[in-house]
Unconditional design. Structure first.
Length: 320
């Protein structure tokens, strides 16, 4: 999570923003202090792709740098960009651009500046890193929405009724049960392969969370399921007959399934992947799961856990 010093916050995966000096130098050797900001952005894009940055990270970084190039001018020499220029740019984002810039967005854009100019300095394209002296401000986000126990019961009961309806549909029950039991993210849910669902022991079913990106292998893990999900899961497989992945529709379609289920259950709160992930975490914490085990279950780094764990403890605590 964001820090109060000049280190990059974990709004972007740390494994992506850390570079090795020799690689940085080799991939920016054509740049000098006279090079334009536009040329440096092109080289930085190629560097990120060679380093295996995720497409989301590349898109976010380049989007932030485009705003900088619009502010300073695409032809502005990188060697003439000062700390004062960058501070003025951040003030422009906050007060003069005419578009909302939340504290979290500002922190991410400062991360972009620190990674970009740190790379240029490591590569010797510029003599000094103008972003280094700029301190991150802590970003605090509100406590997330969670479902209370009675709301979880209503949601599961409604989904269970759909299992036994004249036109049965097992997908809502399987989806909501899976999310409440495992707390997996939307992307992890969409990537769940049939081969990674272990029903060999119906009394102890489990799933394996895998990542295609080699940089995310540290997030891979095996998660336990409740035996109660097994009959519904078998019914779902018979109804939908997926070929490779558990859910072969779009993520948007699953979001609709969750939202519709919440409405059917009469809930006023939004029901989605994030709400169910937080609900799972708080319920596990209340049931006595050790924090380190919960951190690993959620696939979080120790740094990300700092703020997440604090929020879970607040949500799980009795009233003051």
């Amino acid at each position: 999570m964001p820090e109060t010093n000049t280190e990059q916050p974990s709004l972007i995966p740390q494994s992506e923003i850390q570079s090795e000096p020799d690689q940085a130098s080799a991939q920016a050797s054509s740049l000098t202090y006279r090079s334009s900001l536009a040329a440096a952005m092109d080289a930085f894009r190629d560097y990120m792709r060679r380093r295996g940055f995720s497409e989301n990270t590349i898109k976010a970084f380049l989007g932030d740098l485009r705003i900088l190039s619009q502010y300073l001018g695409a032809d502005h020499p990188i060697g003439r960009i000062s700390t004062e220029d960058l501070n003025n740019f951040l003030a422009y984002l906050l007060y003069q651009r005419g578009k909302p810039c939340s504290p979290k967005s500002l922190a991410r854009r400062l991360t972009t500046l620190k990674v970009f100019f740190g790379w240029l300095a490591e590569s010797k394209a510029i003599a000094q890193d103008p972003a280094a002296p700029i301190a991150h401000q802590p970003v605090r986000t509100p406590l997330p929405e969670i479902l209370f126990d009675d709301e979880v019961e209503k949601l599961l009961r409604t989904a269970q009724d759909m299992l036994w309806a004249p036109h049965p549909d097992a997908r809502p029950y399987v989806l909501v049960s899976l999310l409440l039991q495992t707390g997996i993210k939307k992307s992890e849910c969409m990537n769940l392969r049939l081969n990674d669902i272990d029903l060999s022991n119906p009394a102890a079913p489990s799933i394996i969370i895998r990542y295609d990106n080699p940089r995310m292998l540290h997030k891979e893990r095996r998660l336990s399921l409740s035996p109660s999900i097994v009959p519904a899961l078998r019914q779902y497989l018979a109804e939908y007959q997926p070929k490779t992945h558990l859910f072969e529709c779009t993520a948007r379609n699953l979001e609709y399934v969750l939202a519709d289920l919440g409405k059917r259950a009469g809930l006023t709160k939004p029901v989605g992947f994030e709400v169910l992930r937080w609900t799972c975490a708080v319920r596990d914490f209340r049931n006595g799961m050790p924090e380190e085990r919960l951190r690993k279950k959620l696939g979080l780094s120790p740094i990300s856990w700092r703020e997440t764990g604090e929020k879970i403890r607040k949500l799980a605590s009795p009233g003051l």
